[in-house]
Design a protein around this ligand. Structure first.
Ligand SMILES: Nc1ncnc2c1ncn2[C@@H]1O[C@H](COP(=O)(O)OP(=O)(O)O)[C@@H](O)[C@H]1O
Ligand SMILES: [Mg+2]
Length: 301
């Protein structure tokens, strides 16, 4: 549907361009409209095959040029597997090496804090204690990200998960300035999933959305049925009216440790992506800087 619309708009634009060129460069412009329309359509629909052919030719002569044509979102499964195997091995060692001294630093600072009388110095020690806690938290999240996840998938409905997310968000009372709305289609198909993990994904995305609206706004939690080649599935939609994401940042938000927040860790979306991929699903983002973002999670059967 979206593709048809894009092709139609491109054809109309191309037709317009043709007319402009003809007007500018020829004296008698009596070429029939249908000829121009058909030419525009042919050019528009051949752009994609043209790109594929160009890619083949270029990468034959210059194997290094592959990257130029590969989308930034392209995902190299083998590389990702190797990376996660390396992480699995390295993470516990690294965490151990960092967490232990952190514990000692915190203990020493806590001891000094009880001994010290000067208020200014006590506050400095408190900074050390708070920051060690933060670093400890980062390390725990990193460990959580690196370890292999165990999934317990079963065929089930998404509605109870969405209800839970909805009440959790309401219960946390962070909704002072943010209004939350539900937009859930009826009779959604069931999907095979690990409900805990999918709830974690939705919560991560929902909390990011709330954090993107410090001055208030509207959060919409939606779900609808999707169909693709006789395959039924669901799409969960989290929409906010927050700050939005700049075009050049979108490609980074799923990378581990990418964060724009002063106190962020940058693992939330990396974990979401990993869980959804494990379910054979996808997460997509559309964002308008200053207007808001829409995250869509697709899960198919
Ligand atoms: N709804 C959103 N609106 C604007 N920016 C977002 C949104 N969701 C994610 N982001 C961007 O993606 C980054 C990574 O998110 P995440 O992985 O959850 O890490 P963290 O929340 O710790 O920063 C965020 O720091 C933010 O820049
Ligand atoms: Mg986050």
């Amino acid at each position: 549907m979206a593709k048809t619309l894009v092709i139609t708009i491109q054809t109309i634009l191309a037709t317009g361009c043709f007319y402009l060129v003809i007007e500018l460069f020829t004296k008698d412009s009596d070429i029939p409209f249908t000829h121009i329309l058909v030419s525009a359509f042919v050019i528009v629909i051949s752009v994609t095959p043209l790109k594929v052919i160009m890619k083949k030719i270029f990468s034959y002569f210059y194997p290094g040029s592959q990257d130029v044509f590969t989308s930034l979102y392209a995902f190299d499964e083998r590389l990702e597997r190797e990376k996660s195997m390396m992480l699995e091995e390295m993470a516990p060692v690294l965490a151990h090496e960092i967490k232990n001294p952190l514990g000692s630093i915190k203990g020493a600072a806590q001891y000094l804090a009880t001994e010290i009388e000067n208020e200014e110095n006590r506050q400095i020690l408190n900074v050390i204690i708070e920051e060690t806690d933060r670093l400890n938290g980062v390390m725990s999240q990193f460990l959580n990200y690196a370890k292999p996840f165990r999934y317990e998938k079963k065929v089930q409905k998404i509605e109870p998960i969405l209800d839970k997310v909805f009440s959790l968000v309401k219960a946390r009372q962070i909704m002072d300035k943010v209004t939350i709305e539900k937009d859930i289609q009826e009779n959604l198909p069931t999907v095979k999933m690990d409900s805990e993990k999918i709830m974690q994904v939705i919560l991560n995305i929902v909390f990011n959305a709330i954090e993107a609206m410090p001055d208030g706004g509207k959060l919409t939690l939606g779900a609808r049925k999707v169909e693709k080649e006789n395959n039924e599935g669901i799409e969960i939609i989290v929409r906010d009216t927050g700050k939005g994401i700049a075009k050049e940042d979108i490609k980074n938000i799923f990378k581990p440790f990418y964060t724009s927040k002063e106190r962020g860790v940058g693992l939330g979306l990396a974990i979401c992506n990993r869980i959804v991929r494990n379910h054979g699903g996808t997460i997509t983002v559309k964002s308008n800087l200053g207007r808001g973002s829409t995250f869509k999670i697709r899960l198919e059967n």
